[in-house]
Write a protein that binds this ligand. Structure first.
Ligand SMILES: C[S@@+](CC[C@H](N)C(=O)[O-])C[C@H]1O[C@@H](n2cnc3c(N)ncnc32)[C@H](O)[C@@H]1O
Length: 238
């Protein structure tokens, strides 16, 4: 289980190189994944969206550019600081705040939708984190989760594991100067449940109309669910 203090300190160390590494390690495909998530929430005009584990703000910015009113929340100040240089000069901008995904600084049922991209894998208690996301979304509102997954199939699966456990940590260490962070990434991704199992976890919390779509041959997965219109509190309590 990820230790929150270690996670925060790791992202604090790599914050300066995080965006560059994302582009290099995913050969730019990560941008396409975030756009797929944004499309799933359309129409965005006027929608109040909380982007949890927002990091350096890429998904928050994408949602805001589409017309949503966005609050990005993350517990690593160094990651949040990187958002400042990325804000558009004109038009609506997302707001950013420091906060823990396990205890969001928001009232229950206050957001039209919530998103979490490559974040829930890092949260100490995954189901607890889902419950907290459920708590802040209004009945009828959507949750979107983007996460890395292992591609299905023996050949692609093996190739991916080799890239992930041998090549990626090397590139990560060279660019970021931090060996540990890019060993942590494959370790947590390889331990991540299959999309079907994660979807069941979302359903166990109470999300309805859940579904998922594997992206780029299953390297990533977009999950979605809805807080039932007639309900308010997550199953299993807060
Ligand atoms: C891999 S980054 C993803 C950032 C961004 N969403 C993106 O798509 O690039 C994971 C982020 O989750 C944040 N994080 C991890 N655990 C958290 C928690 N319990 N509460 C808030 N933020 C957390 C980290 O600080 C980091 O910025």
């Amino acid at each position: 289980m990820p230790d929150p203090q270690e996670v925060r300190s790791m992202f604090g160390r790599i914050a300066g190189r995080y965006d560059l590494l994302n582009r290099v390690l995913s050969v730019g495909i990560d941008k396409r994944w975030r756009r797929a998530a944004v499309r799933k929430l359309e129409p965005l005009e006027g929608l109040q969206v909380v982007d949890v584990c927002c990091g350096t703000g890429d998904l928050s910015l994408e949602l805001s550019a589409g017309g949503a009113q966005v609050l990005g929340v993350d517990f690593t100040p160094e990651m949040l600081q990187r958002t400042a240089g990325k804000l558009p000069r004109r038009g609506d901008k997302p707001l950013f705040a420091r906060g823990d995904a396990m205890c969001l600084p928001l009232q229950s049922r206050s957001a039209d939708a919530a998103s979490i991209a490559f974040g829930i894998r890092n949260v100490a208690d995954r189901v607890g984190g889902l419950r907290e996301l459920y708590r802040i979304v209004k009945p009828g509102g959507k949750l979107l989760v983007l996460e890395f997954t292992c591609p299905p199939g023996p050949i692609l699966g093996r190739l991916y594991r080799t890239y992930f456990t041998r090549i990626l940590p090397l590139i990560g260490r060279t660019i970021s100067g931090d060996g540990g962070a890019y060993e942590y990434l494959p370790r947590t991704v390889l331990a991540w449940p299959e999309p079907e199992a994660f979807q069941r976890e979302m359903e166990s919390v109470g999300f309805a109309d859940c579904g998922h779509q594997r992206l780029t041959r299953g390297i990533a997965c977009l999950h979605w669910g809805r807080v039932p219109a007639s309900e308010g509190m997550p199953k299993g309590g807060l």
